[in-house]
Design a protein around this ligand. Structure first.
Ligand SMILES: *Cc1c(COP(=O)(O)O)cnc(C)c1O
Length: 234
C-alpha cells in the first residue's frame, strides 16, 4: 500500500475523532488535499486512493495539473487557495472550480467577468485576515459584509462562505482563540444566506482546533503528501 493512501486514511481518522470529540458528524467536514509543489504522481496516488478534491496555491502550476487530469478524464474538483493577483485572475476563472482567497472587489469582479459562460458559477469564499497587520492577504473583519453583498450581485460567482489562515500557534487553546471570531461571523452570515455553507479553516498543524471551531473544510498538505521542498521556486 502506498504511503499517500495511508496518510489519507490517517487524516480521515483524525477528522473522525476530532469531530466525535466535539459531538459533530464527521461527514460535515470535507478534506481538501493541498498538493502545491507536489508532482502529478503524488496527486495520481491520491486519486487512485479515491480522493477527488485538491487545493493549489500557484496559478500556473495548478492549471498544468488541472489540464493533465482533465486529459485523463478523472473528474476532480480543484480549489485555488493561494494569494490572488488581479492580473492573474483569468486562468483561475477559466480552470478552477473554487477560489478560497477572494479578498477584494476588484478580484471578485474580474473573476466573474472572466468566468466562461459554459462553466458553472465559480464557487468562492472570502478570505479574512484574522491576524491583523501581520498578514497581507485577507479582508478586514469590518469589510466582509460589504464585499459579500457585492459578490452576491456578480452573475458568475457563487459565495459559499469564509476562509482564514491564522498565524501558526502550537497550543490548542491559542488555536481555538484564533478561529473563534471567524466561526462567529460565519454563523451570523449563514443565517441570511441559503448557499453559505463552507467554513474553510484548519491545516495539518491545527485541524483538531479548526474542527472544534466549526470548520466544514480542512486544507491538508503536509500530513498527506509530506514536507514541501521550495528550493526550486523563486
Ligand atoms: C499550504 C497551505 C495549506 C496546507 O498546509 P499544511 O500545513 O501543509 O497542511 C493549507 N492552506 C493554505 C492556504 C496553504 O497555503
Amino acid at each position: 500500500m502506498c504511503s499517500i493512501k495511508q496518510n489519507l486514511e490517517q487524516v480521515t481518522r483524525q477528522i473522525d475523532s476530532a469531530a466525535q470529540k466535539c459531538g459533530r458528524d464527521a461527514s460535515g467536514v470535507q478534506l481538501l488535499a493541498v498538493s502545491k509543489t507536489k508532482p502529478i504522481d503524488a496527486i495520481a496516488d491520491a486519486v487512485a486512493a479515491g480522493h477527488r478534491q485538491f487545493g493549489e496555491n500557484y496559478v500556473q502550476e495548478g492549471v498544468e495539473k488541472i489540464l493533465h487530469f482533465r486529459e485523463q478524464s478523472t473528474p476532480l474538483e480543484w480549489h485555488f487557495i493561494g494569494p490572488i493577483q488581479s492580473n492573474k485572475t483569468r486562468p483561475v476563472a477559466e480552470h478552477f472550480d473554487w477560489v478560497h482567497s477572494v479578498d477584494r472587489s476588484k478580484v471578485a469582479r474580474r473573476l466573474s467577468e472572466q468566468r466562461p459562460n459554459d462553466m458553472p458559477p465559480l464557487q468562492v469564499l472570502i478570505q479574512i485576515n484574522t491576524s491583523g497587520e501581520s498578514s497581507k492577504s485577507g479582508t478586514q473583519f469590518e469589510d466582509v459584509k460589504a464585499l459579500a453583498d457585492e459578490i452576491d450581485q456578480l452573475p458568475n460567482l457563487e459565495l459559499r462562505g469564509l476562509m482564514c489562515i491564522p498565524q501558526p500557534e502550537d497550543d490548542h487553546d491559542s488555536q481555538l482563540a484564533a478561529f473563534a471570531p471567524l466561526s462567529q461571523l460565519f454563523e451570523e452570515m449563514k443565517a441570511s444566506r441559503p448557499r453559505f455553507d463552507t467554513l474553510s479553516m484548519g491545516m495539518s498543524g491545527d485541524m483538531d482546533a479548526a474542527i472544534a471551531s466549526g470548520s466544514t473544510m480542512v486544507r491538508i498538505g503536509t500530513a498527506i503528501f509530506g514536507a514541501r521542498d521550495y528550493t526550486n521556486r523563486q
